[in-house]
Design a protein around this ligand. Structure first.
Ligand SMILES: [Cu+2]
Length: 374
């Protein structure tokens, strides 16, 4: 029986001991006790807003500038363990997901708001899960306060003190990289009260926002080199960890599968529209590039009070980070948005398309002599 099933059946006291060992490692052993004993925060005067999350690449409705004083923003996510197909050859992963999608949904709040998440692990799950918000302060990002066994749920509230886009991911003791590379990650966007700016006073409102979650998968192969299929996550566990330890992914994809954002699933925009692309990678470094376009304003590490880089060709997002890029499309056509490690883009799957409508600008580009014979 794999370690993960043993984890699921451990009683609370054992789980607490494991969590404590992890906390000792992190040098933060006393935090959960303090959380339980200290005075509760009085937030009774704050307005509560309930938000329904939507699946990426789309983002729930929100205002870019804050309206009114800080709020408590309520989100609910249900964990879903499910088999998904990740390429056109039928390769399967027993995915672990927040709300059924890889990546999990993008949450949007404003700086100073309180994020209140109800995290549900249904009885049909086979494993414990939790959530570590990189945007949160304390208790391993909330991970040590949110470990839920199958059939349990929990509510975590944290104050969004820092503006930017931030990764969240599952981090169950003993199984962190397996859960993260099985799809259990997403991002939150904490907007400055005044919305996005260039850091010099110019406002940067967007007409559209898309969320791209890049995912590395590690699928075991059989003796003939074909990808293996397994009946359960438990069965896949030890072979998968072996592949993970090579640090060589078999797939690097956007939004859970090769082609999830290409062809008929392409992202849409029009000439003149200002588009914000939020891009997260919870485990590996990445290098987004918009072929035929630019990053007019880019926050490569995603933090909105760091002035954006301008006119970028390719930008670097370190693993464990969400970044953001802002671009106003100027020409119609199909653009590829890729990880510019081109082997990862073209051979492993890390590519999306934008389909942009509008009028061609001959001043920006003209075919003077079309390709042909001399
Ligand atoms: Cu998990």
């Amino acid at each position: 029986m794999g370690e993960w099933t043993a984890m699921a059946r451990r009683p609370r006291s054992d789980r607490a001991a494991i969590g404590m060992a992890l906390l000792l490692l992190a040098g933060a052993a006393s935090l959960p006790a303090q959380a339980a004993e200290s005075k509760p925060a009085d937030l009774s005067s704050l307005t509560r807003v309930k938000v329904d999350l939507v699946s990426p690449p789309f983002v729930h409705a929100h205002t870019q500038k804050a309206e009114g004083p800080p709020k408590i923003v309520e989100f609910t996510m249900t964990i879903e363990e499910k088999k998904i197909v990740i390429d056109d050859k039928g390769t399967e992963v027993h995915a672990m997901t927040f709300n059924g999608s890889v990546p999990g949904p993008l949450m949007v709040v404003h700086q100073g708001d309180y994020v209140e998440l109800t995290l549900i692990n249904p009885a049909t799950s086979t494993m414990p899960h939790n959530i570590d918000f990189h945007a949160a302060t304390g208790a391993l990002g909330g991970a040590s306060l949110t470990l839920v066994n199958p059939g349990e749920q929990t509510v975590l509230r944290f104050k969004a003190t820092k503006a930017g886009v931030f990764v969240y991911h599952c981090a169950p003791p003993g199984m962190v990289p397996w859960h993260v590379t099985s799809g259990m990650n997403g991002a939150i966007m904490v907007l400055p009260l005044e919305g996005l700016t260039d850091g010099k006073g110019k406002e940067l409102p967007y007409d559209r926002v898309y969320y791209v979650g890049e995912q590395d998968f590690y699928i075991p192969r059989d003796e003939k080199g074909n990808f293996k299929k397994y009946e359960t996550p438990a069965e896949a566990y030890s072979d998968t960890v072996e592949v993970m330890r090579t640090l060589t992914p078999t797939h690097v994809v956007f939004n859970g599968a090769v082609g999830a954002l290409t062809g008929s699933n392409a992202l849409k925009a029009a000439v003149g529209e200002r588009v914000l692309i939020v891009h997260s990678q919870a485990n590996r470094d990445t290098r987004p590039h918009l072929i035929g376009g630019h990053g007019n304003y880019v926050w490569p590490t995603g933090k909105f009070y760091t002035p954006p880089d301008v006119d970028q060709e390719t930008w670097f997002i370190p693993g464990g980070t969400a970044g953001a890029a802002y671009y106003t499309f100027e020409q119609p056509g199909i653009y590829a948005y890729v990880n510019h490690n081109l082997i990862e883009a073209f051979e492993l799957g890390a590519a999306a398309h934008f389909t942009v409508t509008g009028d061609w600008n001959n001043d920006l580009m003209t075919s003077v002599v079309p390709p042909g014979g001399s």
